[in-house]
Design a binder for this molecule. Structure first.
Ligand code: TZP
Ligand code: MG
Length: 211
């Protein structure tokens, strides 16, 4: 059973203090449930090296390693999955290449995008940004929790909320109908990424139990 409740998306610059692998190791100790390797600037070769290091850390745990955007990198490191944006490689090509067992995620910003036929090939949706965030400067208009809830209500797939989120948002994210929250800076830029992860995990568990 996939668990996206605490979904860490890495950012090399924000992870620079501890380093990528140590930041993810800290998140693992804190209870992260899924990890996405995301680096728009890195070459495929650099990403493969980083991905192999993260795979070494996550293999044998229940935490999947998902690669952002780069199908070749996901295939080269035998990642657990790939996360695609609306203008990335087609979902059909990714499914063909990575096989039926791969976890495929798709970013989505509007209800209209829920009508795309390729959604049948996807396992989960990343929906946002909920709030404006400096981590992704080119993001679309923030959805807020109402916009998120409107998409969740119509989605045939599990929705992971993203964008400007931290532990304090666990309850409204869950109430909106999301299965989890994807965060970059709330963990990568935290002074204590392990504790920051734990706080998100605990807040999400409380939100789930309280409903
Ligand atoms: N997609 C939509 S917002 C975002 C991505 C990758 C960045 C989220 O970063 P943060 O620091 O959790 O706001
Ligand atoms: Mg992308």
């Amino acid at each position: 059973m996939l668990d996206f409740s605490v979904y860490l998306i890495t950012d090399a610059a924000l992870c620079a203090r501890l380093g990528l692998v140590e930041t993810v190791a800290a998140a693992l100790r804190g209870g992260v449930t899924a990890v996405q390797l995301r680096d728009k600037q890195a070459t495929d070769a650099e990403l493969i090296e980083q991905g192999r290091a993260l795979k070494g850390l996550l293999t044998g745990t229940s935490v999947p390693l998902i690669v952002n955007d780069r199908l070749e990198v996901a295939a080269a490191i035998d990642a657990d999955g790939l996360h695609l944006g609306q203008s990335d490689t087609s979902v059909a090509e990714a499914r063909d290449c990575l096989g039926a067992d791969a976890i495929l995620g798709l970013s989505l910003q509007t209800r209209e995008q829920l009508e795309a036929p390729e959604l049948s090939l996807v396992d989960y949706l990343g929906v946002g940004p909920v709030f404006a965030t400096v981590t992704k400067p080119d993001h679309s208009a923030p959805l807020g929790f109402d916009g998120l809830a409107a998409i969740c209500a119509m989605s045939p797939l599990p929705v992971v909320a993203i964008g400007g989120l931290s532990a304090e948002h666990a309850a409204p994210v869950w109430s909106a109908g999301s299965v989890g929250m994807a965060v970059v800076s709330a963990i990568c830029a935290a002074s204590d990424p392990e504790q920051a992860t734990r706080e998100i995990a605990e807040a999400f568990t409380i939100a789930r139990l309280g409903s």
